[in-house]
Design a binder for this molecule. Structure first.
Ligand code: CP3
Length: 353
């Protein structure tokens, strides 16, 4: 077991003292990097890239070779779980993810089961391989979709603007949706625990679509199942705490209840004020975020000013992991991403004296 050379990210998640505010970027390995596009072309397509352990390791490391990031994130996708459940994941160019066999009937849902984790071995092999390639440079983040966000794609059969099929089920046959969510929660728990056993040093639950729910429905259909997952997670491995980050996009109005979920940190999208967020959650959890990914389309001066504004908003002390409020856009400039990374490190030091 190699020792971690830079554990700033893990310390910030646990609100332990740090020298500067650590950061990583959601979707840091991706199409905005020419070297990613080259490796993806070599792999053939995105799913082949996810399934090829050597190439998945390569693209995970690419952003770290370019930028001084404080964490690596496993290169994979949230939809590996429903794929392993037999739904048949595929990507149509320019259209995002799709399923060949979405959950369309009560019979489909009756047959749904927690998949054998062996079907996801390529993910766990990638975790082991990335840990080895990192050699203790920075910690590795594992991840999963939330039970609800996975259900969105499983019921709808792909992405959607309004999630009409999913919401029809939610309001007409909530019992069916609860059955899917319970199976998903058990699958996500096993999936994250296996990632942790293979070397993931923190885990993030992506609840990308929780924010489309009503206040009542969020608690009943998303938060409750994320709590079920968190309560089943292995929280210590290799003698260290494995922090859990919960990220509900559009979930800014629910921070207080999310802070009681058992997570160590909450991800914030760019729509909330980080100063108010910190005041609302108090010392219960750390915060991660929350720069608008499109701020990278501004001038270098504007990017630095935005970084300064967010750092000032959080204020002094540990408990902040800087990040974008959602994934980096494919048209963002790598040079501007570098300005972001270097500005966070430079401008945050005075807050940690
Ligand atoms: O953050 C990272 O760098 C790790 C990699 C990562 C990917 N997907 C790679 C990816 C992570 C953490 C995800 C999670 C994911 N996948 C989410 C939750 C996070 C979020 O963005 O809200 C969701 C909703 C998905 C489902 C998914 N996968 C969609 C909607 C798409 C298409 C989006 C797009 O940008 O085209 C994907 C494909 C995908 N996943 C890509 C990458 C790098 C683009 C694939 C390509 O190379 O063409």
């Amino acid at each position: 077991m190699t020792t971690l050379k830079n554990d700033t990210f893990l310390r910030a998640l646990l609100k332990q003292p740090v020298e500067y505010t650590p950061l990583w970027m959601m979707r840091q390995a991706g199409r905005y990097l020419p070297e990613y596009k080259a490796t993806r072309a070599f792999a053939g397509n995105f799913l082949e890239l996810c399934r090829n352990v050597e190439l998945a390791t390569e693209v995970t490391i690419q952003p770290l070779d370019r930028f001084d990031l404080d964490a690596a994130i496993l290169f994979s996708d949230i939809l590996t779980i429903p794929d392993a459940m037999g739904l048949g994941l595929y990507f149509e160019t320019g259209e995002g993810p799709k399923f060949e066999r979405p959950l369309q009937s009560e019979g489909d849902i009756e047959l749904l089961a927690v998949p054998d984790m062996d079907k996801l071995r390529y993910v766990f092999d990638a975790v082991s391989s990335i840990r080895q390639a990192l050699g203790g440079r920075v910690p590795l983040i594992g991840f999963s979709g939330s039970p609800f966000t996975l259900a969105c794609y499983m019921v709808e059969g792909g992405g959607s603007k309004d999630w009409r099929t999913l919401k029809t089920m939610l309001y007409s046959r909530p019992d069916l949706l609860h059955r899917i969510l319970d199976i998903n929660a058990r699958a996500v728990t096993a999936y994250l625990n296996t990632q942790i056993e293979h070397g993931a040093q923190a885990v993030q639950i992506f609840d990308t679509w929780g924010g489309v729910l009503s206040h009542a429905a969020f608690q009943e259909f998303s938060l409750r199942y994320m709590q079920q997952v968190i309560s089943g997670l292995k929280r210590e491995h290799e003698g260290r705490r494995v922090p859990v980050i919960l990220f509900t996009k559009g979930g800014g109005q629910w921070l207080e209840i999310m802070a009681q979920s058992g997570a160590d940190a909450l991800g914030l999208d760019w729509t909330c004020d980080i100063a108010q967020a910190r005041a609302r959650v108090g010392s219960q959890v750390a915060l991660q975020g929350n720069m608008d990914p499109f701020a990278l389309f501004g001038t270098p001066e504007a990017i630095r000013a935005e970084v300064a504004r967010i750092l000032e908003g959080f204020g002094p002390g540990s408990g902040h992991v800087f990040n974008l409020g959602h994934g980096i856009n494919q048209f963002a400039s790598p040079e501007h991403a570098k300005i972001l990374v270097d500005s966070v490190h430079e401008l945050s030091r005075p807050y940690h004296i």
